[in-house]
Every structure is written in C-alpha cells, then in structure tokens.
Design a protein. Structure first.
Length: 331
C-alpha cells in the first residue's frame, strides 16, 4: 500500500473514529484512557520523587509504552491492507476522543444550573476541571464550565484529531497519553511542581498547533451561536497571550469573543488561588451561555474532524510526490 492508500485509510479511520465518538461517546467502564490513568497512578508510587528528572522518566516510560504498543498494532493492521489500517486508526481515534462526553457534561451542567440545583452542579465540576467546587456560586459554576468546555474542546477533540492526521494511530494515542498525564500531574502544586514539569511542558508542546486550530475554528464557527468572527479574532489577538497557558488562552479567548462574554478572574483550586487575566470584553457568562458554548464546541469538533481528514490526505499526497521525485532522481 503506497503513501496515497495509507493516507486515505487514515482519513477514513479519522472520520469513522469521530463518528463512533458521536454515536457512543466514552464507555462508563473499561475505557482504555481510564485504564492508562490507573496504570500511571500505580507507576507513580514507584517513580515519584520531588525532582524533574523523576517526572521526566515517569512521563517518558508511559508515553513511550503507549506509542510503542500502538506502532506494533499499526504494523499488524497494515498487514491486513487498507481495511486493517483504517480499523486501527478508527479505534485509536475513538479511544483518544472525548468531545461527545464533554458536550454531554456541558449540557448536563446547563440543566443543573438552570434548575437551581447548585449542589448537583458542584458535584459535576470535577468532570470538567480541577477547581474547588465548594468555592463556586452560580456565576462561578457558569464561568468554570464555559472556560473548561473551551479549553477541553482543544484537548479532547482537536488535539487527537490533528495528531491522528499527522502521525496516525500512534499520534492520536501518544497525544492522549501526554494530555492525560498533564491532567494528572501537570499542576503547580507543591507535590507536582517539579515531578509534573515534563508532562506539563510536553503537553504545551504538542498542543501548540491544535490550540491555534481551535482558535481558528472558533472564529469561523462564531455565527453558529450568533457571534461575530471579527470579535472572536479580536479577543484571541488581544487577550490570549496574557493567559498563563500558551495554549488554553487561545481556545478560551477566541471562544469568549465568539460568545460575546468575558472570562477570567479569581480561580480557586485545592492547591491555591490564581488570578486569571480577562479574556473577552463582554459581560460575565450567563446561564444561557452554557448551552451556547456546547453548540460552539460541537461546531468546532465537526470542523476539526473534516479538516483533519483532509490534512491526512494532503500529507499522504505530499509524501507520494516526494517519493516519486526521489525515484526520478529529482530534488
């Protein structure tokens, strides 16, 4: 199978994996990512030390293991031809994606806040972010949800799809391993400030492009929620760089501009309080904006799936042409 055939198989696998996520989302039990997280937690008991070197080894072992096993699976799949490569890519893409579950949690949060059940809403917050639920009132719950849906649209959907297009199944699952480790140990807490340094920096690196793709898609899809592409672009350009994360700021600022709301402010975590910069120039998000951000996230996800499939084909065609040029002795 040549580069072009592999590319079309990869593109088909990306679309099938995305369709599977839309159809069945994440299983409640026996999800591979949950299993990876449990394995990482067990390994941490042996590898933990309050040093960057220990965290670097911990991260390298886990990401390397996931990528290595996936490479073996890909070799096996290629032996089965186009259908085998498509199936492996689809399975990996579905495993790495979390966009449908994110949208469902966002919609569930909207229902709980709209119904005034703040206790139930606080109980749901850990599914979205690591903030202290007890510190959140209605406004805090709403802002936390909008910010988390915006950031996780990049992490849970655009990132896996982009890396599936660039590097196939190993790219999708390697990305998900890095992102999961960042969520587990990439905190600026006393325990993880040094041990989680490698996971956090690696996560920043692999999200540089996906976060900006998310921003671009938020700008393009702003009309889906009655927003302005110009306002989304302006918020991204003006505010994103002030965020402590080089990537989350892009997703949050562009979506704030698309929604016409203002994000940022005092943010309480179990390990301490952070004062986040202002993103966007509208009013604070209202309860109605919870359903709007879910619609915006879903629109960005569709764009990312279609764009990633197209990117996979383009990369395959480029590799095929380079191979042909080399075969002809051209440079």
């Amino acid at each position: 199978m040549n580069f072009s055939g592999r590319a079309t198989a990869r593109a088909a696998g990306i679309l099938l994996g995305y369709a599977a996520d839309r159809a069945v989302a994440d299983p409640v039990r026996w999800h591979p990512v949950a299993g990876f997280g449990q394995t990482a937690a067990l390994l941490e008991r042996r590898t933990y030390a309050d040093r960057r070197a220990a965290g670097t080894v911990h991260t390298a072992v886990l990401v390397g293991a996931v990528t290595g096993v996936t490479l073996v699976a890909v070799r096996f799949g290629r032996g089965l031809g186009w259908a085998g490569e498509t199936a492996i890519t689809a399975a990996a893409t579905w495993t790495a994606l979390g966009g449908t579950s994110l949208a469902r949690v966002g919609a569930d949060m909207a229902a709980r806040v709209e119904g005034g059940d703040l206790a139930a809403a606080r109980a749901l917050i850990p599914s979205l972010c690591g903030r202290d639920p007890n510190s959140l009132d209605t406004e805090g719950l709403t802002r936390a949800t909008v910010e988390s849906v915006a950031e996780n649209t990049s992490d849970a959907t655009v990132g896996p799809l982009f890396w599936a297009a660039v590097a196939g199944a190993p790219g999708a699952l390697g990305y998900r391993a890095i992102n999961t480790l960042d969520a587990m140990i990439g905190y600026r807490s006393e325990r993880y400030l040094r041990f989680g340094w490698a996971a956090a920096r690696l996560d920043d690196l692999v999200n540089l492009v996906p976060a900006r793709v998310t921003g671009l898609l938020a700008v393009l899809t702003a009309p889906v929620v009655g927003g302005s592409p110009a306002a989304a672009a302006a918020a991204w350009r003006r505010d994103a760089a002030a965020h402590p994360s080089p990537n989350a700021g892009v997703a949050e600022a562009s979506m704030a501009g698309a929604l016409g709301v203002r994000l940022g402010g005092r943010t309480e975590y179990p390990h301490g309080v952070e004062e986040r910069p202002t993103l966007g120039d509208g009013p604070p998000p209202a309860t109605a904006d919870l359903r709007r951000v879910v619609r915006l996230s879903s629109a960005v996800q569709i764009g990312a799936a279609l764009g990633s499939a197209a990117l996979a084909v383009a990369i395959g065609e480029l590799r095929l042409r380079r191979g042909q040029r080399r075969g002809l002795g051209l440079r």
